[in-house]
Design a protein around this ligand. Structure first.
Ligand code: CP
Ligand code: NVA
Length: 293
């Protein structure tokens, strides 16, 4: 995995995904030194973030390295200067770049020009770092990924796409229920359910995300109407397996995609999931920089 980019979760094959998860589990046990001493990560973010920014920054520090946060207001990716120039200058200073962009093409362009690994820290198309943390969480909660039944409700967005691709690669079952036109039409191996109950029946994991992603704010009103039947409620959770967990990448909008009783209830594992961003990304950083020890 040394030197690779992580733009899509599909950039990692099954064995690589398993290696990330095993490395993350070892790191979570505290099994790491300072393999990234003297290395620098640039965080190039066009959109806001809590989890991704903090977990990359803290993770890099825990591995002995250093992070520089660069907002769009400072860098002006594609505005103050061309994206290709930003990539070719940054790679003279830093060892790895994590970029959060509006369009997926921007993170691809960074990767095309940068000689150092580029990690997609969320684009409009994928959120591979989230999916790695989600897969790690499911592995911890269910003991395996093979055969685990994941039900995703709502928008077939960046989070859904990366989770679906990663889940299928690792032998989990992935069913999605979305309004017409908002699904994941182009992913092999997933099941497009007839509706929320059909997706969730017997599921081991019930997952949802916001109805309006960053950059789609103009559609908020329309989306609230279209997605209303896909809200995760206690009644819907009752259709899942009795030991099903509820997952959400956060930030969440309580009362929209999920009711408070579920997201704040005993089946919810959202904060374990958020913590796992740290462990999964530490594994990715070490593996891409050839320093997993
Ligand atoms: N889940 C996630 O990526 O959160 P942030 O947008 O806060 O980084
Ligand atoms: N789908 C959401 C995820 C946020 C972490 C968005 O893109 O805004």
């Amino acid at each position: 995995m040394y030197g690779k980019d992580l733009l899509s979760i599909a950039d990692f094959g099954r064995e690589e995904l398993e290696r990330v998860i095993e490395t993350a589990l070892a790191m979570k046990r505290g099994d790491f030194g300072a393999p990234l001493a003297g290395r620098t990560l640039a965080l190039l973010f066009e959109k806001p973030s809590l989890r991704t920014r903090v977990s990359f920054d803290v993770g890099m520090a825990q591995l002995g390295g250093h992070t520089i946060y660069l907002s769009q207001a400072e860098v002006g990716l594609g505005m103050r200067e061309p994206t290709g120039d930003v990539a070719r200058v940054l790679d003279r200073y830093v060892d790895v770049i994590a970029a959060r962009t509006f369009t997926h093409e921007t993170v691809e362009e960074l990767a095309r020009y940068a000689r150092v690994p580029v990690i997609n820290a969320l684009s409009d198309r994928e959120h591979p770092c989230q999916a790695l943390a989600d897969l790690l969480t499911i592995r911890e909660k269910k003991g395996t990924l093979r055969g685990v039944r994941i039900a995703y409700l709502g928008d077939g967005n960046n989070v859904a796409r990366s989770l679906a691709l990663g889940a299928v690669a690792l032998g989990a079952e992935f069913a999605i229920a979305s309004p017409a036109g908002f699904g994941l039409a182009d992913i092999a191996g997933i099941r497009n359910a007839e509706g929320p109950e059909d997706a969730v029946r017997g599921a081991d994991v019930v997952y949802t995300d916001v109805w309006t992603s960053m950059g789609q704010e103009a559609e908020t009103g329309l989306r609230r109407e279209v997605f209303a039947p896909y809200q995760v409620t206690a009644a819907l959770m009752a259709v899942a397996s009795p030991d099903a967990v509820f997952m959400h990448d956060l930030p969440a909008h309580r009362g929209e995609e999920v009711v408070p009783d579920v997201i704040d209830g005993p089946q919810s594992v959202i904060y374990d999931q958020a913590e796992n961003r740290l462990h999964a990304q530490k594994a990715v950083l070490a593996l891409l920089l050839g320093a997993e020890g």
